[in-house]
Design a protein around this ligand. Sequence first.
Ligand code: DX5
Ligand code: ZN
Length: 216
Amino acid sequence: MALIAPSVLSANFLNLSHDIKMINESDADWFHLDVMDGRFVPNISFGLPVIAAIKKEANKILDVHLMIEEPGKFAEDFRNAGADILSVHIEACPHLHRNLQQIKSLGMKAGVAINPHTPVQHLFDVLHDIDVVCMMSVNPGFGGQKFIQYTIEKIKQLKEAILTRQTQTLIEIDGGVTLDNAAEIIHAGADVLVAGNTVFNSPNPTETIHLLKTIV
Ligand code: DX5
Ligand code: ZN
């Protein structure tokens, strides 16, 4: 049974309170919050004030996925806004080890997000310092894209490395997760499923979260 992290990117921004309450009362485990700067990715989403507002109503872990350049400049601000897990992109961090230490020293869990074209092997030397790998199964920047099938192979490679090195790292899959492909993703070794479009564009988001949660 995987952890489920609905992506607020696909929520109704005119009625965020309603959607936060829905997630609070659902089988979801985390809130997945996508921050985009228009530079690292070709889109801009929401930032610190919105996350601080969500923190006031959310009763679950805030999993903040930074799709921004120079994330180290803002790590403390995101901690202050309420992030419990802070993920930075390996492609945006030439000094990743330093970023991980910074995030942990601020009291957050350290996540590393990795784009579809980046080999998972690039994470291996710092695996013991990573709490969560946010593996992108679409090119980051937009919700509602199609799952890139090669990701399944990457999940298996990463899972093997985690088991070999005996780290506690969680594998989170982000992008294009549906009720149809969730079982295959979990079987490959995923621990956490992010779902935006699948949850919020379904007739009954609470039920959809429940269905994702019960897939084994
Ligand atoms: C994409 C984001 C994802 C996105 C997933 O850049 O990182 O978290 O919200 O959305 P779906 O589940 O619709 O692919
Ligand atoms: Zn994300």
